[in-house]
Structures are given as C-alpha cells and as structure tokens.
Ligand binder design. Structure first.
Ligand SMILES: [Mn+2]
Length: 327
C-alpha cells in the first residue's frame, strides 16, 4: 500500500513542475530533513521547487543541505502543487496551510497513525520510523542513486525521530536504510555531533532551571516541570531551547509519565507529555484538543498556570491509574 501510494506520488512528480514542499510548525529534524531531501530530489530532476515552514529553521538544523532555501509562508509564492511532509493533519502546516489550500493538487507524505488523509495523494505509513523513510523510498524511485547531501538530510530525519536509533519505532528496515545512507555518504558521526553534542549555553542553563523546577507525584510515577517566561528571560534561551527538556523529566528513575508546561509570550501554556510503558498520554492530549501518540503528545491551554497545571496533573493521574498494575 505504501509502495503504491509512493509510486503514484512519484508519477505525479514526474508529470508536473513547480512544487512547494511544506514542513510542519515547530520544525524538527524529521520534517526538515525529509522536506529538504524531497526538495533536493525535485531540484536534481530539474523541477522548480521551494520548501516552506511557518518558522525559521532552528539553529540546530541550519547545517542541513538546502536549509538556507527554506521560506516563511509570507515569502513563498503560490504554486499549483503542494506536498506536505510529516504533517499529521492540516493544522500542522500552520500559516503554510494557505499555500496547501491554494494548490490545485496536493500530496501528504507522513508516518503519524493519526493522519487523516487530507490530501489528494496520500502516502501514509505508520510503521515508518520517520517521514524521512518515505522520502527515501520516493527518492530511490526518482533518482538513480542518493548523493551525500541527500543522505545527510535523510539520515538526520531518521536519527532524530528514532532518538538516535534508540526508540521502539526503530525497526530492521530503519537500520537497512541507515546503512544505505551511510554508503551514500551520510556522515553519521558529524551529524550526531551537530544535533546532539552541540548545545548552546543558554539552552543548557534553561535545562538547569527546568530540572530545578521538577517534582515527582503519585509515588514518583509522574514527573512534572515547567518553564516560565521569566526562565527564558533569565537565561536568554528561546522557545526552541525547550526541546529535549521533557526527556530529562521522563528519564528520572521510577517516572512513568512526564509533563512539561511552557509559558508562551502571550501567557498561554504549551504542554508536552511523555510516557514510558502502558500509560497513554496521547489520549490525554486528544481530550484537550491536542495530538501525538501513546508515548509522546502535546496540547495548548489558556489560563492561569495553577489551573492549567492542576488539570494536566489530574488527566495524567487518570492515565496512570488506568494502567497502574502494568507499571
Ligand atoms: Mn516525523
């Protein structure tokens, strides 16, 4: 099914010209690596193409080949063909949705189980560890071979969505593809250094504050922390520097579910949720209009911190109690 869907998209790409590739909001290594790889493929086969993302490329991913070409939606030109990459639903495109809605023909290439097939052509495979896996298959259909810049983009997509090939979504196929990418010139040691071993000082200081704010509830099974605007101000850190904090909360021994609240400049809160085993934090986020999956999810809430926190803690407690015996 995935092969057929990708073949249809490969044929669609061959028959047409002038594409916009849309990465999701709050871009991560998968949406950027996969989108830039697709952009690279389109350029290599002589197509006009652009990559659009609601936010600028985070500093961490500025090294990706082609990153300098990523446009903000307001700087992008409407094209007839738009391809969303790693976007579980239309809303994930943020301000770039306008370009998607303005297109004559649309594609949706993604790996989220919650994907609702919102495009004309949909290649969705929730067994894929990263959207980059699907783009790699597409690239192998459209090109005689991968070169080093494409391989580096795709390896970054795989590496980041699998937590450096450590999460349970890592399958034999993931390693087979990683092997092909190394053979094509991906520099795994350098990519690991750039993404995981190069931390801005302000980000490290922000992590310190978040860890100092952390507390444990329900016999140590729920880890809760928060980052307020005052923490950003004190450290000079920005929103993108919160990436990874939730993992440090989850990593504490005995913690089964982790919750991180981030205050936005408008005073609303973004909540990130993680779980290790049976607890379904995806259901918690869905109940609050958010998204994600069983072990990683998030939502946004308005309101005073104490109320937002209390509600989130209650929902997490319920998710933990439902599976308490399995923990
Ligand atoms: Mn992804």
């Amino acid at each position: 099914m995935r092969e057929d869907a990708l073949r249809s998209i490969a044929a669609f790409i061959k028959e047409n010209d002038d594409f916009t590739v849309v990465a999701h909001t709050a871009p991560d290594g998968d949406t950027l690596g996969a989108s830039l790889a697709l952009y690279g493929v389109l350029v290599r086969i002589g197509k006009r193409a652009a990559v659009v993302c609601e936010q600028p490329v985070p500093h961490t991913y500025a090294f990706l080949p082609g990153a300098e070409h990523v446009l903000l939606p307001e700087d992008a030109r409407q094209t007839e063909h738009v391809i969303a990459v790693d976007c579980a639903d239309r809303a994930r495109m943020g301000a770039a949705l306008r370009l998607f809605d303005g297109a004559l023909h649309t594609c949706n290439i993604d790996h989220h189980p919650s994907n609702d097939f919102y495009a004309e052509f949909n290649a969705v495979d929730d067994m894929a560890a990263a959207a980059g896996e699907l783009i790699a298959s597409l690239a192998e259909m459209l090109l005689p071979g991968l070169d080093a810049p494409l391989a580096n983009c795709l390896y970054t997509a795989l590496m980041t969505d699998t937590g450096n090939f450590a999460y349970s979504n890592t399958r034999p196929e993931t390693f087979h593809l990683a092997g092909r990418l190394l053979a094509a010139g991906a520099d795994n040691a350098e990519l690991n250094r750039l993404v995981y071993r190069t931390v801005p000082f302000a980000k490290q200081k922000l992590l310190g504050r978040a860890l100092a704010n952390m507390e444990l509830l329900f016999e140590g099974k729920l880890g809760v922390s928060y980052v307020m605007q005052s923490d950003f101000a004190a450290t000079g850190a920005s929103e993108e520097d919160t990436e990874g904090i939730i993992d440090h909360v989850r990593d504490v021994e005995g913690v089964e579910a982790a919750l991180l609240l981030r205050e936005t400049p408008s005073g609303a809160f973004k909540l990130s949720l993680r779980s290790k085993k049976a607890a379904d934090v995806g259901a918690v986020a869905q109940a609050k209009g958010g998204g994600g999956h069983k072990h990683a999810a998030g939502y946004t809430a308005e309101g005073p911190f104490d109320l937002v926190r209390a509600e989130a803690v209650n929902l997490c407690e319920r998710a933990l109690r439902e599976v308490w015996k399995e923990l």
